[in-house]
Design a protein. Structure first.
Length: 583
């Protein structure tokens, strides 16, 4: 495939799919349908071959070696920088700084440009739909120097209110940092207009392009962006490699981000002089293989043609939007007029947690992302805890989207056939009259041993999943009046409430009630309460929970362990035991 050559032939999705080895595998016995491209894209054979070739025949450190391997590695590494520059139409390759990804790129700007040029009272403008990577670094900077964060609000469709942006801009505005394409909503923001308005007030603009670069052409000079950051792994390249583009004048004025080898011109104990850009910002041994792999990914994307990819993905988006909109009970979150590549949705009738939707789709071989997508302010704005997100790439097909829609219809139908949770739950005014889970054994350890024995008998995760579902069904109901903010367990990507009390007449014994909007999490809550509820505070605090989780096998499924916030629930149980008994 020739670098930069854009295909003019008809878009052949089956030919493209054949070049991605992972798409041949099966998940739970069914062909993989991969709709998690906003998190990371799959890698074509061309990229895999480039990485293998580097490690098999060119592996060496760059820039400082006179031997053949080092010279070859250096040439390949710097060629990748030139490929990136041409891909985004930067004026010079020296405007391309290799980073670990978009997150590091934004942190670099905040730490280097921000610390040098911003002062107390200055303002940084963000939008309501930013990824945490484009919020937290600016909050850290603002707290350090006394700057202020201002936020552009959005409407219910997920579109920025540009008239509010106009009102936010003033002489104190120094930085506007904005996402090009929202990972949680699919909104395409009016970047050209935002940049022009910010420049008119003397502010510099940082663009988070993590989601954009794989979906449509990018011309940083035409945009007039001051900074533009993106990640290689969302562009069919390796993980751990990213790009920060900046105008040359800004890079020249900025101090180094990190100190170390390769970013220096000379070093004495009295003084260090720094290397020229971009090397001034690339301390230490770089991710050479990652850069080379990213270069290969760019070659691959160019061979298909970004305009062709954009047209294909827009057809997928329109097809998916129509099919999911037709499913009763499914609501799409993010309906901006300008969208690309992402459909976030919830099942609201009957209510089904995004985590449960994701797990049931996974059983069908369909990979979607669930949670807040590192965009908690977005979820707060639309007043939901999480969404399921299907995000598309060049290798996805309309047939796959039709399978997604068909699976969702089955999920909704199956859930509709069950008794509604609200029909089984009744608010209780007399909290002393509530039913609390009874201890499963005389001690937490004995209860844990029984559960471990049961889990050991069940050989597969699917069997254990069914057991957790059954445990969740048996969990005593938690009255609505106890589902308060003070009883909310933070750190979970589903809604979890936990209430604790001292047992009357047995003050050292702690009773617990808990609930979750996610079926699988209710099962995990029930499992924990079988161990802890009705036990003494002393026994609860002495119990080795980490060994229990490990022996149970839940730590082997790291995604499940992280998503459910199991560790957070245990921490809260222990904290309540301490609080109620002052231990």
């Amino acid at each position: 495939m020739d670098e930069g050559a854009e295909s003019t032939a008809a878009f052949d999705v089956e030919r493209i799919r054949a070049q991605f080895p992972i798409l041949k595998r099966k998940v739970h016995g069914k062909p993989l349908i991969y709709f998690d491209n906003a998190a990371t894209t799959q890698k074509p054979q061309m990229v895999i071959d480039a990485l293998r070739r580097y490690y098999e025949s060119e592996n060496a450190n760059v820039h400082r070696g006179v031997h053949t391997l080092s010279q070859e590695a250096t040439a390949a590494y710097e060629l990748a920088r030139e490929k990136v520059a041409r891909f985004i139409n930067a004026e010079h390759a020296r405007q391309i700084v290799f980073t670990r990804g978009t997150t590091e790129g934004i942190n670099l700007i905040a730490a280097s440009y921000g610390r040098k040029f911003l002062k107390a009272g200055d303002e940084i403008v963000l939008s309501a739909m930013e990824h945490h990577s484009n919020i937290v670094p600016w909050q850290m900077l603002a707290e350090e120097i006394g700057a202020k964060i201002r936020v552009i609000p959005m409407n219910d469709r997920g579109e920025l209110l540009m008239e509010e942006f106009d009102r936010l801009l003033n002489d104190r505005t120094k930085i506007v940092s904005i996402v090009h394409l929202s990972n949680s909503l699919g909104t395409v923001n009016p970047i050209r207009q935002i940049i022009a308005k910010a420049h008119a007030r003397g502010a510099v603009v940082v663009v988070d392009g993590a989601q954009w670069v794989a979906h449509a052409p990018l011309d940083v000079r035409e945009l007039d962006a001051d900074f533009y950051a993106f990640s290689g792994h969302k562009l069919y390249g390796p993980t751990g490699i990213g790009v920060l583009y900046a105008k040359a004048k800004l890079l020249e004025e900025m101090p180094p981000y990190q100190g170390g080898g390769d970013m220096i011109s000379s070093v004495t104990f009295e003084k260090t002089t720094y290397a020229a850009v971009p090397h001034k910002f690339e301390a230490g041994t770089p991710h050479v293989a990652g850069a080379i792999g990213l270069g290969a990914a760019i070659d691959f994307v160019n061979s298909i043609g970004l305009p062709n990819i954009a047209r294909h993905e827009q057809e997928l988006l329109e097809h998916g939007t129509r099919l999911l909109s037709e499913i009763p009970g499914v609501r799409i979150i993010g309906t901006a007029r300008e969208k690309a590549g992402v459909i976030s949705f919830i099942v609201q009738d009957p209510p089904l947690a995004a985590l449960d939707v994701g797990m049931r789709l996974d059983a069908e071989g369909i990979a979607v992302r669930t949670g807040h997508h590192c965009c908690q302010p977005v979820m707060d704005r639309v007043k939901i805890a999480a969404t399921a997100r299907a995000s598309f790439a060049m290798y996805n097909t309309k047939a796959e989207i039709e399978q997604l829609a068909a699976s969702l219809r089955r999920i909704v139908a199956a859930e509709s056939a069950k008794p509604r949770p609200q029909e089984r739950i009744h608010a209780v005014s007399d909290l002393e009259g509530l039913q609390y889970p009874s201890p499963a054994a005389p001690s937490p350890q004995a209860a844990a041993d029984e559960l471990i024995e049961t889990f050991d008998f069940l050989q597969t995760w699917e069997q254990r999943y069914e057991l957790l579902n059954d445990l969740g069904e048996e969990l005593p109901a938690m009255p609505e009046e106890l589902k308060t903010e003070s009883n909310l367990v933070h750190g979970c990507q589903s809604i979890v409430h936990l209430f604790a009390r001292k047992r009357p007449n047995t003050p050292d014994t702690i009773d617990f009630l808990a609930s979750s909007n996610a079926i699988i999490v209710r099962g995990l809550v029930a499992l924990l309460l079988r161990v802890y509820s009705g036990q003494s505070a002393k026994a609860i605090l002495a119990f080795d929970d980490k060994s229990f989780i490990q022996r149970l096998g839940l730590d082997k499924n790291t995604t499940m362990f992280r998503r459910t916030g199991l560790e957070g629930m245990i921490k809260r149980i222990r904290a309540e035991a301490k609080r109620l008994t002052n231990q």
